[in-house]
Design a protein around this ligand. Structure first.
Ligand code: UDP
Length: 429
């Protein structure tokens, strides 16, 4: 493997992370690309241009370029509204490959819309592709119902991609099961590869992280960190905080990191507004502190300052944040869904609780508050587990193996003549 194209239509590795459409996928693409480059692979990442000032090509660092594909308006477009622009995305990408006489050994598509582009490249150029869906439309629809703004076409597109992809990356056993059960995907072509963390980015802060963030040295601090969308179940954490006070007599502090802006603005992030109202209603507003979106370089301070990291989404294709907390030696209480069922080992690195059950969460929080030595041991065990299974380096090595197998079993790559034909056809239209 010498040259790989990664497609990530709505999630750029250069974007700030923590807003509504900018989270785990951005982090995944950024880290995979870095690790592949470190292993000597040249990587081009194709993502949709969403600002006028973005240059077509950014040399991100040695071996990795980001190509801003001009498809649709040069401004933010919610991912739910992006499907109509994918035809143009594919045409522009093919033109770019042809114009610059590029050759790739394989395409790694991320999310179903990038998969559509990869499938077209395969049909036209014979390029093999692997796909990571990051989320499945049918699972989302089951959990979100009417709130799911994606068009129904998504389901058929995903099913088709599962037939056409050379290999499919599931992020956890639940993800694989969902593909088989809901889409009738061929289990032989699915590999489970998790997400990861970067030890240079996330490790326990040895100096006092609380002092750095201006936090009280003695308070029991609960951290919630991630995109601010309803399905992350942050309301459940606020309810648990109120129960912790009312039923266990513990007045904890809840830090809520994430949002569309660096300041916690309820106008810019509707979910923050809703949570502020809920905290007010439950009488815990002085205990809840919203920080807004925080850059990657600041995250280790938040993870290290917390007594416990909490994440209780309704469903979770993987969930990178528990791994990041574990990397900083912080115990995790997570809902027993998706990838969290595998990253968090109940009773060993933290606890699993059912989603949407604040009572259960409050009980576990109270237990950890009363047993700080145990909490510390869970944190250490989490850190060991993170290093054992979930570094991005390890993740990328697994992906590289899969790329090799996918390319070996794919028929010939027909690039130069096919692209010339394609471009000639475009020009004559
Ligand atoms: N994140 C961040 N800054 C923030 C909030 C979140 O960098 O202010 C990152 C977080 O550290 C994690 C990612 O966003 O790496 C969220 O990924 P996760 O898999 O937990 O959720 P997803 O976004 O995929 O639903």
């Amino acid at each position: 493997m010498r040259n790989i194209a990664i497609i990530s239509e709505h999630a750029s590795p250069l974007a700030l992370v923590g807003s509504v459409d900018s989270g785990g996928q951005n982090v995944y693409v950024a880290h995979i690309a870095r690790q592949l480059a470190a292993a000597g692979v040249r990587v081009d990442i194709f993502t949709r241009r969403d600002r006028r000032t973005q240059p077509l090509v950014v040399e991100w660092f040695p071996g990795v370029r980001v190509i801003h594909v001009p498809a649709g308006p040069a401004r933010f477009v919610a991912k739910e509204s992006m499907l109509p622009h994918m035809g143009e995305f594919a045409r522009r990408m093919i033109d770019f490959i042809g114009t610059h006489a590029l050759t790739y050994d394989l395409v790694h598509a991320n999310f179903f819309m990038s998969g559509m582009v990869a499938a077209q490249l395969k049909r036209l150029l014979g390029l093999p592709f692997v796909i990571t869906f990051h989320a499945l439309g049918l699972v989302r629809r089951q959990c979100q119902g009417q709130a799911d703004g994606f068009p129904d076409q998504r389901f058929a597109i995903e099913a088709q991609l599962m037939r056409e992809a050379d290999r499919i990356i599931a992020e956890c056993p639940q993800d694989k099961e969902d593909m088989e059960r809901l889409y009738d995907a061929d289990c032989e072509r699915i590999d489970i590869v998790p997400c990861g963390f970067d030890p240079e980015e996330l490790s326990p802060v040895s100096v006092n992280a609380r002092a750095e963030l201006g936090l009280d040295a003695d308070e029991f601090i609960v951290l919630q960190l991630g995109r601010m969308v309803p399905r992350k179940g942050v309301d459940n954490v606020v309810r648990a905080l109120a129960m912790l006070k009312a039923e266990h007599g513990i007045c904890a502090r809840l830090l809520v990191v994430g949002g569309n802006t660096a300041e916690p603005d309820p106008q810019a992030t509707a979910e923050i507004g809703k949570l502020m109202q809920l905290a007010q209603k439950l009488g815990v507003s002085t205990q809840v502190q919203f920080t807004g979106q925080r850059p990657r370089s600041a995250l280790r301070y938040f993870y290290s300052a917390a007594n416990v990291f909490v994440t209780t989404p309704w469903y979770e294709p993987f969930g990178i944040t528990p791994i990041e907390a574990m990397a900083c030696s912080t115990p995790v209480i997570g809902s027993a869904v998706g990838g969290i069922k595998h990253t968090v080992v109940d009773g060993v690195t933290g606890y699993l609780v059912p989603p949407n059950q604040p009572q259960a969460l409050a009980e576990r929080l109270a237990w950890l508050c009363r047993h700080p030595r145990l909490a510390q041991r869970l944190g250490w065990a989490g850190m060991r587990r993170a290093y054992q299974h979930y570094t991005w380096r390890h993740v990328a090595a697994q992906l590289q193996q899969i790329y090799e197998e996918a390319a070996d079993s794919a028929p010939n790559y027909l690039v130069p003549s096919r692209i010339a034909d394609h471009n000639a056809m475009q020009n004559s239209l």
